[in-house]
Ligand binder design. Structure first.
Ligand code: FES
Length: 368
């Protein structure tokens, strides 16, 4: 691999910064310095809103778990143009034909500019998105997206991380963001190991694909080995390891607990779904359009309560970082628990109902 190719493989840092380059940094500082100085002498009109929506066609569809419950879709631009680039850990917000928006990790090869690949496990009693993907997205169907986003970026040992090796831990469909990370680690020659866990081999997607890595990937299933312990998940995890994990909440909680005090181990994880509510208190919301009131329990999210009352905004990540569920608050004080909204947005009465709540003794009125 040439030096340039090797450089191109390195993902941006976990903080979203571009790769370090002293000359580029100097030029960047000069340009931004000039821009800052000239700010006093110019009026900048707001740039026109740009429609970033990309129409994607389903080019291929494969069942990738023996239990038939996981389907992988290969998507290409409906107009045949190359797609925006992405790095391991990225996901797509897919706008389904029903209007639902769902997030799916990109699990294909970032080196292939013409296609994206996602994989979806069917969840019969979920919010309907996975069932729609399974039942309605046949080859030739069209969905839209605003392009890849990365909330789970890969920081590579020796290339932005002071660690020396990776430990990957995937639970079931949690393999999806991890698959492209394995390819990246291989291309960059970084030492890695992995544990892939699930209920049974039949439930594990992409077993054929991971077989190419041989015994570097340990496959562990509950029906044969019993439930894994945190120590078993982490395996041999010496200081200087970067752990990337995606899976169910219980698995991630066990790993986090096991790594408390291990300051020389980096942990990066992505959940399937919403984190449990911590320090929640019961409160009441009013729906402005109908006057209905909804009681939100101490341990449930506002979004869950709104769904129960059948009055809820579109949602996607349910973790406070995609912004899909933003809702205007007409009255009441909000306990903001997201990582996305800016102070001006909060001052304008916007909240993310998937994670944020009412402040103590407050009652909210929502513009729904
Ligand atoms: S659903 Fe993504 S921020 Fe609420």
């Amino acid at each position: 691999m040439s030096l340039f190719e090797r450089y191109r493989q390195i993902p941006p840092s976990a903080l979203g910064r571009a790769r370090h380059d002293a000359l580029v940094g100097l030029m960047d500082a000069a340009v931004w310095g000039f821009w800052g100085l000239s700010d006093a002498f110019r009026r900048v009109s707001a740039p026109p809103e740009r429609d970033r929506s990309i129409a994607l066609t389903v080019l291929d569809r494969q069942v990738v778990a023996h239990d038939q419950d996981v389907v992988a879709l290969t998507l290409g631009a409906a107009d045949g143009t190359p797609l925006p680039a992405w790095h391991p850990g990225a996901h797509l917000d897919i706008h389904l034909p029903s209007g639902r928006i769902r997030q799916y990790s990109l699990c294909g090869n970032p080196e292939e500019p013409d296609t994206y690949r996602i994989a979806v496990r069917r969840i019969p009693d979920g919010g309907g998105g996975s069932v729609e993907v399974h039942d309605d997205l046949r080859v030739g169907a069209t969905v839209t997206t605003n392009g890849p986003h990365n909330a789970f970026p890969l920081t590579v040992p020796g290339y932005g991380s002071p660690t020396q090796r990776f430990r990957f831990i995937a639970g079931g469909i949690g393999i999806t963001p991890i698959l492209p990370m394995l390819g990246c680690a291989e291309r960059l020659g970084v030492d890695w190991s992995m544990l892939y866990a699930g209920r049974s081999r039949d439930s594990l997607p992409f077993l054929d694909e991971v077989a190419q890595y041989g015994d570097r990937i340990e496959i562990r299933t509950d029906d044969v080995h019993g439930l894994p312990t945190a120590a078993g998940l982490l395996g041999d995890c010496p200081d200087g390891t970067t752990v990337y994990s995606c899976g169910p909440a219980a698995m991630l909680t066990a790993i986090r607990g096991q790594l408390v005090g291990r300051d020389n181990v980096e942990l990066h994880f992505e959940r399937f779904a919403a984190a449990p509510v911590i320090d929640g208190e019961e409160f009441t919301v009013s729906i402005a359009s109908t006057g209905a009131t909804v009681c939100v329990g101490a341990e449930e999210t506002l979004l869950s309560a709104l769904k129960r009352a059948d009055a809820y905004p579109p949602y996607s990540c349910q973790q406070g970082f995609c912004g899909t569920c933003r809702t205007t608050v007409l009255d009441g004080k909000v306990d903001h628990r997201d990582t996305l909204l800016t102070s001006p947005e909060r001052e304008d009465g916007i909240m993310l109902v998937c994670v944020s709540r009412a402040q103590r003794d407050e009652r909210l009125t929502l513009d729904l």
